[in-house]
Design a protein around this ligand. Structure first.
Ligand SMILES: Cc1cc2nc3c(=O)[nH]c(=O)nc-3n(C[C@H](O)[C@H](O)[C@H](O)COP(=O)(O)OP(=O)(O)OC[C@H]3O[C@@H](n4cnc5c(N)ncnc54)[C@H](O)[C@@H]3O)c2cc1C
Length: 645
């Protein structure tokens, strides 16, 4: 495979440096999850569970009622699936009720919903049609409104936010044929020309790109006199001359997604349309995602709720071997997993979103954990639902209906959910990103020791600094309240299941997690970042501990407000017990695994040693190019921007 000729050649180190430069490096506010990875269980940061202000809740509930009515009467999920297209009337209706502006401030004509209610709205819409959920979320969570809100000039806000709140759909364009997880290779250019920039390049998988009115485009400004250069974010009108949508992509799921390939050929954009300074594009994108990342897990919560409903209704009526299948233990275990995990996912998303609204804590790790954990667990939940439904789980809703049965789209959910583990940061990338933040304190003190570019003198100085830090930090990891039988007594109210035992477990285990991380740091030093298996497990343990904490805090919230307290305690208990088994398994795999052996097998696979194993099959994919040429230039394909809608 060869990349297009304009592609910058980028080494692994350069790729990391670009990612590092885009990181927000300061921690101005406390972070529950960061502390957790450092062995400090700061329950006080999340308990009592933060609550929305009455006025915010009222506004949110009012909109949810309106949206529910709209979804029930105007959105036909089966039709969208069948025709692979969201009808214009749905999009117009969403605009009318203000759904494009859920997160936009009221002063710009938006609804000014909080993150909590925005997420609830997405979960609601996503339960009827994941494609419509994706349209709204791509528009508001990664599209133009959020970066404008955080980084736009007053003029940009005045010009665009009212349009985005009511009529204009936006898209976010970062990915290119040769640029996926690694933006350092970004090839789209924006060359300064007077008080304009000229954009050339090709963007791939642009969600909403086919129907967008406005786009956020990431392009590289070359360094020149008066121009700092670097990857930069631009607001581009989709109708600009030189913009062509070349293909409407179709996928395994989310069939209604208006996702395209968008080509830019000498597209002139006024300098006033630059968001933030030159070179700030990736930082803007990542900061936008700090809260934007909560949308996907919010829709995963909706998916979990739906799976629970179908599992309950189906397994109580479907009888095999003399009883409802729910009463066969193997099926029951799946139902329990679906219920407990859905409870925890909602706890994670609501807690993180409420913390985002309060803005007292830094929630970037929590949101990233929510995305990682939500997408992985929802996938397992949907897979279990398919299994519980048996052959009907594999059958399409349309076929079920044609045979006169209830049109349950279980297989569709599985297909629709699959992408969540890939986009907005794949699971592998989320592992690295969270691990990077989790070990940040170590790198801050010990960074120079492990940086191969630093001199011996620097390393010695860093060693002394690190010595002081660790002399104070390490002893604290040995003992804590998790060892004391009466700690967290609030979580063992009379007549309820005991959750205090789980919080003690989280406290103890967070210290064990930090000790393991420290041990690995001293063992591998500079090679630590290449130990992806180890880091992934550390992050997964952190995700479980966060989910357990959130589940307990939510159960106590529900008890104290009088809603379903006893049942919530039961579900939180079930979740924590299931989660603890996963945590213990992950700890076991920290040191007992096949990571080294796997490397040997990979070498064998790539060198062709095992090609005999591939014999006896045909490969229907043929021998076409792996990656389409993204050389900028005029499009010779038909402009499908409007005609395909
Ligand atoms: C339906 C859909 C909608 C999308 N919407 C948008 C959109 O609106 N805007 C936009 O800009 N993009 C969008 N994308 C792109 C999406 O964000 C990318 O697919 C994603 O970032 C992964 O990039 P990639 O597919 O090129 O995979 P690659 O980066 O090529 O990765 C291939 C595999 O390698 C792994 N990998 C890569 N690097 C590392 C590493 N350093 N360590 C460990 N593992 C690694 C990945 O996790 C993955 O498993 C969309 C994609 C799809 C399919």
């Amino acid at each position: 495979m060869s990349g297009p000729h304009h592609q910058p050649k980028v080494s692994e180190r350069e790729a990391r440096q670009v990612a590092e430069a885009a990181r927000e490096q300061d921690w101005r506010k406390p972070s529950f999850a960061k502390e957790l990875f450092l062995g400090r269980f700061r329950l006080d940061l999340i308990h009592p569970h933060p609550m929305p202000a009455t006025e915010q809740a009222q506004r949110g509930e009012e909109f949810l009622a309106k949206l529910r009515d709209f979804c029930e009467t105007k959105i036909d999920g089966a039709l969208i699936e069948r025709e692979a297209r969201i009808p214009d009337a749905v999009i117009d209706g969403l605009k009318e009720i203000g759904a494009l502006g859920m997160k936009i401030d009221t002063k710009y004509g938006g609804l000014g919903l909080t993150q909590v209610y925005y997420n609830k709205a997405l979960a609601l819409v996503g339960s009827v049609s994941p494609a419509v959920g994706a349209l709204l979320s791509a528009h508001q969570s990664i599209g133009l409104p959020q970066p404008l809100k955080q980084f736009g000039t007053p003029e940009q806000k005045e010009t665009y936010l009212p349009r985005l709140a009511r009529t204009d759909i936006s898209a976010f364009l970062l990915t290119e044929p040769d640029v996926g997880s690694d933006p350092a290779r970004l090839a789209t250019t924006a060359v300064p020309d007077g008080d304009e920039y000229v954009i050339d390049g090709v963007k791939l998988w642009t969600t909403n790109g086919v129907v967008a009115d406005l786009m956020v485009v990431m392009a590289r400004v070359p360094k020149s006199e008066g121009h700092k250069g670097g990857i930069t974010a631009f607001i581009v009108e989709a109708g600009s001359e030189g913009v062509t949508v070349e293909n409407r992509n179709s996928f395994m799921g989310l069939r209604g997604l208006e996702n395209g390939v968008t080509r830019f050929h000498r597209v002139r954009v006024p300098a006033a349309n630059r968001i933030g300074p030159e070179g700030a594009g990736l930082k803007i994108a990542l900061t936008t995602l700090n809260t934007g990342r909560l949308s996907l897990p919010a829709m995963c919560v909706g998916a979990g709720k739906w799976c629970l409903k179908i599992a309950r209704e189906w397994t109580s009526v479907r009888e095999q071997w003399g009883k409802p299948v729910a009463h066969h233990e193997a099926v029951g275990a799946k139902i329990s997993f679906i219920a407990a995990t859905t409870f925890a996912l909602e706890a994670v998303v609501d807690l993180s979103s409420q913390m985002a609204d309060e803005d007292r804590n830094d929630i970037r790790i929590e949101a990233a954990l929510a995305k990682l954990y939500g997408s992985e667990m929802a996938w397992l939940i949907a897979d279990e639902l398919v299994q519980i439904r048996g052959g009907r789980g594999y059958e399409t809703a349309e076929s079920l209906a044609a045979r006169g049965e209830r049109a349950v789209p279980a297989e569709q959910l599985l297909r629709d959910l699959r992408i969540n583990r890939i986009f907005e940061g794949s699971t592998e990338i989320m592992h690295l990103l969270i691990a990077r933040e989790a070990v940040d304190a170590h790198l801050a003190v010990a960074g120079d020791i492990i940086d191969p570019d630093k001199t011996l003198g620097d390393k010695a100085k860093a060693g002394a600094r690190a010595g002081v830090f660790y002399a104070r930090w390490l002893p604290k990891l040995v003992a804590g309240p998790g060892r004391l039988p009466l700690s967290y007594g609030d979580f063992h109210p009379a007549g309820h299941t005991d959750l205090s035992t789980h919080l003690r477990y989280v406290e103890r285990t967070s210290r064990k997690l930090a000790r393991s991380t420290f041990y690995a740091m001293s063992r591998w030093q500079g090679r630590m970042e290449t130990k992806q298996g180890f880091l992934g497990r550390i992050v997964d343990i952190g995700a479980e501990l966060f989910a357990m904490s959130a589940a307990c805090v939510r159960a106590e919230l529900l008890r104290s407000t009088g809603d379903h307290g006893r049942e919530a305690y039961q579900l939180a208990d079930a979740f924590c017990r299931q989660s603890r088994i996963r945590v213990e398994e992950l700890f076991g795999r920290l040191w007992t695994n096949t990571d080294d052996l796997d490397r040997t097998v990979v070498k064998g696979v790539l060198s062709g040693t095992y090609t005999w194993l591939e014999e006896g099959i045909l490969d229907p994919s043929g021998d076409g190019a792996w990656i389409a040429d993204a050389t900028p230039g005029p499009s010779d394909r038909e402009n499908v921007h409007r005609p395909i809608r």
